[in-house]
Design a binder for this molecule. Structure first.
Ligand code: SAM
Length: 199
């Protein structure tokens, strides 16, 4: 890890025994936007190494975590190693839901992101591809009224992305948590009130 990664959130995560500094982004999203209530059912995509999962467990959530990379076990959490870009990803997630006795999720979260290239337009484009896969899963697994929250590198396709998926929801917000690096174009899009219907 390079020196510039060792900011206040890096050291805070070490002290608080979080697996990643990303944990503070989720804490912000929960505290500021109320995206999750204690004890809810949550699908978490892009979970490794598990900082967000730790936050969800602290809040007594019923969690299904998914990542293309392995994740060290967290007691009480079901983990599924899966590439969400696979065509059968929604089906694999449905199977895992059945195994865990979950009918529908209150919230679908995604912090998933492929390795960045440093080229803004291509990082933006790959974040939109991942975002589309996340939202396909979200509209198949959310309960009515549920919430979807996902990371994206902001760019010229962001508005169209929000228009495309926003039609399934009552409202949306865009935010950038303080723990996101200032120089990053990373944003989180929150879709509230899943309607299940287009239009
Ligand atoms: N929220 C995590 C935490 O708090 O520890 C950090 C997530 S990290 C920023 C992004 C994760 O997305 C990585 O673990 C990566 O393996 C995962 N990811 C990227 N592409 C994926 C894909 N196609 N399917 C599933 N997971 C993916």
């Amino acid at each position: 890890m390079t020196g510039d990664h060792r900011d206040q959130y890096y050291w805070k995560a070490k002290k608080d025994q979080f697996r990643s500094r990303a944990a503070y982004k989720l804490e912000f999203l929960i505290d500021r936007y109320g995206i999750i209530k204690n004890g809810q059912s949550v699908l978490e995509i892009g979970s490794s190494p598990g900082g967000w999962t730790q936050v969800l467990v602290e809040r007594s959530c019923h969690v299904l975590s998914v990542d293309i990379q392995p994740m060290q076990e967290i007691p009480g959490v079901k983990f599924l190693k899966l590439n969400i870009l696979r065509e059968d990803a929604p089906e694999r997630i449905r199977e895992a839901m059945t195994d865990s006795g979950i009918e529908a999720f209150d919230t679908v979260l995604s912090d998933a992101m492929s390795k960045t290239s440093g080229i803004k337009s291509s990082d933006h484009a790959s974040s939109v591809v991942i975002g589309d896969a996340v939202m396909k899963i979200a509209v198949e697994t959310l309960r009515r009224g549920g919430t979807a929250v996902l990371k994206q590198f902001q760019g010229d396709m962001t508005n169209d992305f929000i228009r495309r998926w926003g039609q399934y929801f009552r409202d949306h917000k865009i935010t950038k948590p303080p723990a996101s690096r200032k120089e990053s174009s990373e944003i989180y899009i929150i879709f509230y009130g899943f309607s299940g219907n287009v239009g």
